[in-house]
Design a protein around this ligand. Sequence first.
Ligand code: NI
Length: 402
Amino acid sequence: MASRRDLQQRVPEWVAEILPEIAAIRQRLHRNPELALHEEQTAALVRDALAALGLAPRAPLLGTDVIALLQGARPGPNVTVRADMDALPLQEQTGRSYQSQHAGLMHACGHDGHTAMLLGTARVLCRLQAELRGSVRFVFQPGEEIVAAGRDLVAKGALLDPAPSAVFALHAWPGLPVGSICSRPGPILAAAEFFKITIRGKGAHGSRPEDSVDPILTAARVVEALQSVVSRHLSPLDSAVVSICRFTAGSNGNIIPDTAELEGTTRCLNQSVGDRLPILMERLIKGTCEAMGATYDFRYSGSYIPTVNAAAAVALGRRVTTALLGPAAWIDMPDPAMGGEDFAYYIRDYPGAMFLLGMGETCAPLHNQCFDFNDAALRNGIVFMVGAVLEALADDGTAATA
Ligand code: NI
């Protein structure tokens, strides 16, 4: 039997062989973006590609998920690797030859690249099947954006039988050198929650404010009051964000409307802070509305918990990067980012880590109309994923616990 390092040394060459095809798949996915939980064609492409490798996905748990298990020749632990497949409601402006064929829809978060890289990872690992111990689970997940389908997938047992001893995912990251791998132990991404506040007042003629309960002025005061959640109700040592991102009211220049709507998001790195946020917010909304004679409806949905990496899993990723891509390819992430990720649910109950893959310093930001996954990073992404799986299987899972 070949040693783990022997196996890993073969990986770059095998990845080089499949790269043109993986880049073609990536661009095909980019051309045909699909919204959360509507990834029918993407899932079909993934299923076909896995079938060509002799992998039979299990029956879907959420409709468009594709989950397959590669059983190695010898018994051993399970390592699970995950990619997300959904796109965003955004009009692409990259001008690429393979740009989105669907108006108002695009892959602006690199999930096309994640899916293509996981298919490449599956190809290489299938080639190594006779020498693998344990099993590898490939999770192609729908609905990462907004709906946090990863939470539902995990709740429905996607990670059971066998339970993983390590779970890994890779996310495209603009601003880092192309193909670099970056992560940090502990929190890497924030809890992300969304809220909607409807303020009900009483409409009136614009010339007769005394007849109204003005929902616009009330909502403006609510916006202002909510600024004190972070600045005056939380410790300066706790980090959190409360952002109002939509303020909608009225239809005309001389009518005070009945209602105003506010929508926004909160972020934090610590779940106990996250639990307090809606309570603090509602107290301020209630007090402000009562003072103004208005009523309100407050909806708050907690979809994303903080993504917290196991220290040993990050150390494993660093070891693999240094061995297979060179020490310069690894970047220690100084601070967490305030974006949210439903991968958090995969590593809440199982050890694992999310890693970031550099898209280049000049790459447009994520969720931007000009963002495009950088195909020059595909090679390192796949080499890293395959290397991390081999390392975790050889470690019997114990190195990935923290
Ligand atoms: Ni994403």
